[in-house]
Design a protein around this ligand. Structure first.
Ligand SMILES: C[S@@+](CC[C@H](N)C(=O)[O-])C[C@H]1O[C@@H](n2cnc3c(N)ncnc32)[C@H](O)[C@@H]1O
Length: 277
């Protein structure tokens, strides 16, 4: 109904109203906050940044589901997470997934594993440090390197992180994760699944078809997330070939009922890497 010339202004007004109602809902949720589980719960704005959800119980249940899924997929890739020496949750946010591996919530089976979580969101990391015991948390800069030495981790997983980076940042971070992973170590990362492509406009769909990569920008969450943090889609062929420079045994797991797929890959020894990343 809005004339084309007025659409950008109408969109800007809509986005502003959307953000105002969100802040009201955050304020209310933090005052009424109750978690039946008795577990520590991050403030609504931190929950929203990682899940675009405000209610507590789905935030907890989805995180627990992600932790179970990571363990299952690691197992399918030949790695028993309970026997890994060091595991990194890259882009851990306010700990939605990693919390389920830490002593307060996890099975004692994980007691021999050292779990690390990093994120650019310093507020989320401050919350994790204060409330999630037994993990090692640190805030990282926007671009690599991380402070870890080479070949430090046995497993690195990233849930819904590369679904937000542009291509230049993606390539820098894939190279950095390859640096700190041990040869033979496992990378598990999510990408948008084919079922998530529907929301793209025609131009973005054809870019995805042509290049295998699309990065859509929106001002909807402006001020709630940094400006560089947008939404990214990868085709299956694109992400597999991007990883193939350094990784072998690359597998693409479709997750029933989810708009994300998980890609698993094993870091090749240096002499077998082609150094394209
Ligand atoms: C959708 S959230 C998911 C958070 C968490 N993985 C989870 O599943 O709950 C994406 C997270 O990636 C983080 N992130 C994005 N780019 C990053 C980067 N370059 N380094 C570290 N964290 C990053 C964001 O700050 C955000 O917390």
């Amino acid at each position: 109904l809005v004339p084309p010339a007025l659409r950008p202004a109408a969109k800007a007004v809509y986005h502003r109203l959307f953000r105002i109602q969100l802040h009201i809902r955050f304020w209310l949720a933090d005052r009424l906050r109750t978690s039946q589980s008795g577990l520590p719960v991050p403030p609504a704005i931190l929950r929203y940044r990682v899940s675009e959800l405000i209610p507590v119980e789905p935030f907890l249940r989805i995180g627990e589901g992600c932790a179970i899924l990571m363990r299952q997929l690691a197992y399918e890739m030949g790695i028993d997470l309970t026997k890994a020496g060091r595991v990194l949750d890259f882009g851990c946010g306010c700990g939605r997934t990693i919390r389920w591996f830490l002593p307060d919530a996890a099975d004692p089976e994980y007691s021999g594993v050292e779990f690390h979580g990093v994120d650019v969101d310093a507020q989320a990391i401050a919350w994790c440090k204060e409330h999630l015991h037994g993990g090692h948390f640190s805030a990282n800069p926007l671009l690599p390197p991380l402070s870890y030495p080479p070949e430090f981790f046995d497993v690195i997983y990233c849930f819904s992180v590369f679904t937000h980076l542009d291509e230049a940042m993606q390539d820098l971070w894939l190279a950095e994760l390859g640096r700190i992973l041990k040869p033979g170590g496992l990378l598990l990362m999510t990408v948008h699944a084919e079922s998530a492509v529907e929301i793209l406009d025609e131009a973005q769909k054809s870019e995805l078809q042509l290049r295998g990569f699309a990065h859509a920008r929106s001002q909807k969450l402006s001020g709630l997330v940094p400006d560089w943090y947008q939404t990214t889609w990868h085709s299956r062929e694109y992400i597999v070939s991007r990883l193939a420079a350094k990784f072998g045994d690359i597998r693409y797991f479709e997750i029933p009922g989810s708009h994300q797929a998980v890609v698993g890959a094993i870091l090749l020894p240096l002499r077998r890497q082609s150094c394209q990343l």
